[in-house]
Design a protein around this ligand. Structure first.
Ligand code: LLP
Length: 421
């Protein structure tokens, strides 16, 4: 459910027509609905009502300060994977005690930053990281609260690039080795074992893989309890999928009910790290048609947004709905919506049925609120686009469009190259 709809053939976000925003801020831009973001967060957290839990939004899905603040105000925390994401979360006002830190490559400076901040827990992904965090915590004369991120060897049945809980993936500690690492962790004086964590993948559209993971982690928690290692937090990561096209993922309510049932009798606080399910369908990318071009067997619609702005179609072949911002009486054609980047992989939609868009038309690329702006780049020296938040009748620029100055920020020409050629 989202708040992008047509009124008299014109696309609105809440009560604001998209064309009005485009006229004021130019294109392309990302557009988020405050009502949708809030509704998604509330629905998600309500699904776990009655069970002690904490929803830590995955900052990697959308790190904009305004969005992080919105979730923080609704009681959410943050799932981070870098010092930069911790910085963002803190700047947005996320409480340190609601921050969990995953990622296979945490650097010493990042670990120190997180320790000084006093985050809720580190989700440790290898035996070497365990030793490193203990060492650094020792130097800071503190104790690091930790969970081991378990790789439960489960197939989440999603795109191979975003499946993370299989033995062959680089993520987590093999479940067969976990007990041994926990035994070691409790002997290290600068670690405090508080949790068990896992994240098996993203855009998962069935409950079964989540439940399988829970079953395995429950066994592990019981084993640990038998050995006197008490677990306070079970972090099940993110991964719940959304509808981009025809997918029918479980509703958060169903997901919550199934997890609560599976966890019955376990005295833990559940941590969840949703990203896509909160932000994905709450945001779109708005772009303008520059040209159309017909070759012998293909129609191309060339727009001003490219793979540097939204990488998902090129990277994963992913589907995003293509909606006209103003519905016109024009034929439907099979066309490819492509960007200005100098790569053949630069498309937002390939060989798809869509209106026969004309130059100047505005196009909405749907379901782009997660892993959209956050994965964008300056490739082809393209300034990154603006981000806009709509609330009711108003819109707010929550990130200004970059300028050419941003493109060269921090660059310098060494003296030996200063002489004119
Ligand atoms: N927690 C951890 C440890 C993660 O690695 C991820 C996502 C999440 C939570 C959030 O997962 P979500 O609820 O959003 O599925 N760029 C890809 C997605 C990569 C996901 C990486 N990890 C895409 O655009 O589909």
């Amino acid at each position: 459910m989202h708040h992008f709809y047509y009124i008299n053939r014109e696309l609105y976000c809440e009560n604001v027509p998209l064309a009005r925003i485009a006229a004021q801020v130019g294109t392309p831009f990302y557009l988020y609905s405050h009502a949708t973001l809030s509704r998604h967060f509330r629905t998600f957290t309500a699904a776990f009502e009655g069970f002690s839990h904490l929803v830590c939004f995955a900052v990697k899905a959308n790190g904009n300060l305004a969005i992080l603040r919105l979730f923080a105000q609704l009681g959410g925390g943050a799932d981070i994977v870098s010092g930069g994401e911790l910085y963002r979360a803190l700047k947005a006002g996320v409480e340190p005690k609601k921050v969990v830190y995953s990622g296979v490559g945490k650097k010493p400076a990042e670990i120190r930053f997180a320790l000084k901040t006093g985050i809720l827990m580190f989700n440790i992904e290898s035996s070497q990281e365990l030793a490193a965090i203990s060492r650094i915590a020792g130097r800071l004369k503190t104790k690091a609260p930790i969970a081991l991120r378990i790789n439960p060897n489960i197939d989440p049945k999603t795109h191979p690039y975003i499946s993370t809980g299989l033995k062959k993936n680089k993520f987590g500690i093999n479940i067969d080795q976990a007990l041994q690492d926990y035994r070691r962790a409790v002997t290290l004086p600068h670690l405090e074992v508080v949790g068990v964590a896992c994240h098996i993948g993203s855009q998962i559209t069935e409950l079964a893989p989540f439940l399988e993971a829970v079953a395995r982690l429950k066994d592990l928690i019981r084993q640990l309890e038998r050995e006197g290692i008490h677990i306070r937090y079970l972090d099940l990561g993110g991964g719940l999928g959304i509808t981009y096209d025809q997918e029918r993922p479980p509703h958060p309510q169903e997901y919550g009910a199934a997890l609560r049932k599976a966890l019955e009798g376990l005295k833990i606080t559940l941590i969840l790290e949703p990203g896509r399910v909160l932000a994905g369908n709450a945001g779109i990318l708005v772009t303008r048609v520059l040209y159309t071009k017909d070759t012998e067997d293909k129609h191309f619609i060339i727009v001003d947004a490219g793979m540097n702005d939204l990488a998902r179609p090129s990277l994963y072949g992913s589907y995003h709905g293509i909606w006209p911002v103003v519905k016109k009486d024009c034929p439907t054609i099979t066309a490819s919506l492509v960007g200005p980047i100098c790569e053949s992989g630069d498309f937002l939609a390939k060989n798809r049925k869509m209106p026969a868009f004309q130059p100047q038309d505005l196009v909405a690329v749907m379901s782009s609120g997660a892993y959209g702006f956050s994965m964008s780049s300056n490739y082809n020296a393209r300034p990154r686009v603006a981000e806009i938040l709509v609330k009711d009748n108003d819109f707010y620029v929550i990130r200004k469009r970059e300028t050419y100055r941003h493109l060269i920020r921090g660059e310098s020409i060494p003296d030996f190259l200063r002489n004119s050629p």
